[in-house]
Design a protein around this ligand. Structure first.
Ligand SMILES: C[S@@+](CC[C@H](N)C(=O)[O-])C[C@H]1O[C@@H](n2cnc3c(N)ncnc32)[C@H](O)[C@@H]1O
Length: 351
């Protein structure tokens, strides 16, 4: 088991590779990334036996901004006459798993393998159950990832539920609610799934909480807040969805989101204004350091070439601003599945 395989958004392989390299360097672990533009996968190879495993254990998956999912394992060549046997042989080299996921890269080439993975699911399930390499009732065991590059090659790897995304390929299965006014409603829902442990939802996304949505129109994000029975101030010069306004839970303020300040500290600020990341991160820092909100979610748009350094600079500015006023806060950032040329930042004041 010599390498880590990371899933990312197609086109962001360079960013995912750069951050893994930086984290490996910080840990003093020798390794190098192998990428192909547009492949949606990054291999991080550690030549020294045991190093890839040590690296995975040393890194908190939530630290990774551009990786959607990861696994520790190795590549296996497949015989088109019998693809199951080499996979079973490879599984004998690794830990027992609680479940298995059939994965591909999130690309058109990957999607073209859907028929193959569908055909293999039954035979693999039978073989993995019979050999007891997968034991479904043991939820504390790792997940087995079978990531097909082609009909001839598969990555056989493992990840641990407490240090990885909870979905195959890191892609959540979320549907746009019928009543939501825009598809971007999913961005806020996915952000909550990613940044807020499910057990905390009732406490941190509670009925009666107050929220400000900057750049709210037509109201996809506001819809999510209203759906959690919050009272929302939607700030945007553009028009809000009529039905959302009829809920009686939304006040529409036609103003500049950069100038707007609530009269009292609100529980949540969310912001989806398209702007330079430096402006967005300054706005986020202002809302936390001036105690305008307790928790926030904001997007950083990344149309530029130097995307990884740009994000790191934004996060460093926010951290500096927090340190300057002595506020302790959780600060995290992720390129979500629903994020395109952007990442989502989350900040939560710690009491
Ligand atoms: C991407 S859209 C937001 C979509 C919204 N989150 C949704 O789910 O429906 C960006 C919005 O930001 C608004 N906007 C841009 N600059 C703004 C500013 N300075 N203050 C307030 N809103 C702004 C635009 O009018 C636009 O409606």
């Amino acid at each position: 088991m010599q390498e880590l395989l990371l899933h990312c958004r197609p086109g962001f392989e360079g960013e995912a590779a750069a951050e893994m390299q930086e984290l490996a360097n910080e840990q003093g672990i020798a390794g190098y990334p192998v990428t192909r533009d547009g492949s949606a996968l990054v291999r991080f190879v550690c030549p020294q036996t045991g190093d890839a495993q040590q690296l995975m254990q040393a890194i908190d998956f939530r630290q990774l901004i551009f990786a959607r999912q990861w696994a520790l394992g190795s590549w296996v060549e497949l015989d088109p006459e019998d693809r199951v046997s080499p996979i079973i042989t490879a599984c004998a080299q690794g830990p027992i798993a609680s479940l298995f996921w059939l994965e591909t890269a999130d690309t058109n080439d990957g999607k073209a393998l859907a028929a193959l993975t569908k055909k293999l699911r039954g035979p693999l399930e039978r073989a993995l159950t019979k050999t007891r390499f997968v034991r479904p009732n043991k939820t504390e065991l790792p997940r087995l990832h079978l990531c097909f590059e082609s009909g001839q090659k598969v990555f056989v790897g493992w990840s641990w539920a407490d240090n990885g995304a909870p979905w195959p390929m890191g892609i959540p299965r979320l549907r746009v609610p019928k009543e939501a006014p825009s598809r971007s409603t999913l961005k806020l829902e996915e952000a909550w799934h990613h940044f807020i442990p499910r057990d905390d939802w009732d406490m941190r996304l509670k009925a009666g909480m107050t929220a400000v949505d900057l750049g709210a129109a037509p109201g996809g994000w506001t819809w999510q807040l209203v759906n959690r029975l919050m009272k929302v101030i939607a700030v945007d010069n553009g028009p809000m969805d009529r039905r959302l306004m009829d809920s009686g839970q939304v006040e529409h303020v036609q103003a500049d989101g950069y100038m707007y300040k609530p009269k009292r500290t609100v529980d949540w600020m969310v912001c989806d204004i398209v702007d330079k990341p430096a402006r967005s991160s300054a706005l986020a820092a202002k809302w936390i350091t001036q105690k305008l909100c307790r928790e926030l979610i904001i997007n950083f748009k990344l149309p530029m070439k130097q995307r990884y350094p740009e994000v790191m600079q934004c996060l460093a500015h926010i951290q500096d601003a927090l340190d300057e006023v002595g506020i302790k806060a959780e600060l995290a950032c992720k390129q979500l599945y629903t994020d395109r040329e952007e990442v989502t930042c989350h900040i939560r004041v710690l009491r």
